[in-house]
Write a protein that binds this ligand. Structure first.
Ligand SMILES: *Cc1c(COP(=O)(O)O)cnc(C)c1O
Length: 369
């Protein structure tokens, strides 16, 4: 137990730009723990240290959002003339980043299918700088063989980036599986209450330097208030995740029995195609999963989505509340196929039976429409 901050159990919010130096010699030597607000305060450092420890990283950097963490990780590693292998199932705005600003900066992105393991080696070119992974993938939840990809990448001197938001560091330890830079949209489970936008890039020892330089050169930082809330969220992460997982599993199993459902997309289910790798590498599943419905008319889907009592219609996830959305995604190389609509569900902390009743009422509305 720390006796810092007069023994206050929670690190206080430091709001500051200027840090005063005791004398001109210290100002010249810069030999102080905190130099300037943007470069870190006890609040941001407490949060970063906690995330680094959980992820198994040498150091973590708090950033303004999860999407910013994606962009920061890519740009810290890749530059003009470099080739980036990007997972086809990446978070959608991450794809926009690669196809927009990264392309304009001269980074060539090639999308690869989530089924690639060791054979990703065949896609590596002399100018390939990074392989970006996200497992399970956004909206369709394919699990990647991260250790096999990392081995192939490292054999050719390629850096491995991974968006680890779904599992959180509690259910997947990225650096133990060969990841060099890990990304967290801490907006989701880490903050956990849908009231903060914050992201984190965590790096192993080999990559800390270049991330730090990039973050400092771009003037990126997260506010003390947001770091405080994210750190507070971390305190209850394990108990919240246990409940999210329990609720998600109940809903997923219930959906599997429903005549309206073609298949459920959740690696924690034994018949999920990604289950074996998930069991091998992950220690748990969160509350976010998908389902492919049997083909339905647009009017039926409208009736389904309009009228939920507990599920909210909205983006993001990882908060206390349950959410449901139609899943819209771009795929250019994967083999994901669905004849009917795909939905995404975030199982919140509510009573699972209430959530099941809510979905059952949705299916009833769908039938009536
Ligand atoms: C939401 C999300 C992000 C982006 O996080 P923001 O904080 O909303 O910018 C990144 N990756 C994944 C997998 C996400 O779901």
């Amino acid at each position: 137990m720390s006796r810092e901050h007069f023994g206050a159990v929670a690190t206080p919010v430091y709001r500051t730009s200027t840090i005063l130096y005791p004398d001109i010699e210290t100002l010249a030597s810069q030999n102080v723990p905190y130099k300037y607000g943007r470069l870190g305060t006890p609040t941001s450092q407490s949060f970063e240290t906690a995330v680094a420890e959980l992820e198994g990283a040498a150091r973590s950097f708090a950033l303004p959002s999860g999407l910013n963490a994606i962009a920061t990780a890519i740009l810290a590693v890749c530059g003009a003339g470099d080739h980036l292998l990007m997972i086809d199932t990446c978070y959608g705005p991450g794809r926009s980043f690669c196809d927009g600003p990264a392309k304009r900066l001269g980074i060539e992105t090639e999308y690869y299918a989530p089924s690639h393991g060791a054979d990703i080696a065949s896609l590596i070119r002399p100018n390939t700088k990074a392989i970006y992974c996200e497992s399970p993938g956004s909206l369709t939840f394919e699990v990647q063989d991260i250790p096999a990809i990392a081995a192939a990448a490292h054999a050719r001197g390629v850096t491995v980036l991974m968006d680890n938001t779904w599992a959180t560091p509690l259910f997947f330890r990225p650096f133990e599986h060969g990841v060099d830079l890990s990304i967290q949209a801490a907006t989701k489970y880490i903050a956990g209450h849908s009231d903060v936008m914050i992201g984190v890039v965590s790096a192993n020892a080999d990559h800390v330097g270049r991330v730090e330089t990039f973050v400092h050169d771009l003037g990126l930082s997260a506010s003390g208030d947001d770091c405080f809330l994210a750190l507070r969220g971390l305190r209850t992460l394990p108990v919240r995740l246990a409940r999210h997982r329990e609720n998600a599993l109940k809903l997923a199993r219930w959906l599997q029995m429903r005549p309206e459902v073609e298949r459920v997309l959740y690696p924690a289910l034994p018949d999920d195609p990604g289950h074996a790798i998930w069991r091998r590498d992950f220690t748990g599943a969160c509350g976010l999963f998908g389902a492919v419905l049997k083909p339905a008319a647009k009017t039926q889907m409208t009736a389904f989505f309009n009228g939920f009592a507990h599920f909210g219609l909205g983006f993001s996830w990882g908060g206390y509340e349950s959410l449901i959305i139609p899943a819209r995604f771009t795929r250019t190389v994967g083999d994901f196929a669905a004849a009917g609509p795909v939905i995404r569900i975030h199982a919140g902390l509510e009573d699972a039976d209430d959530l099941i009743d809510d979905l059952a009422a949705g299916f009833a509305r769908m039938k009536e429409a």
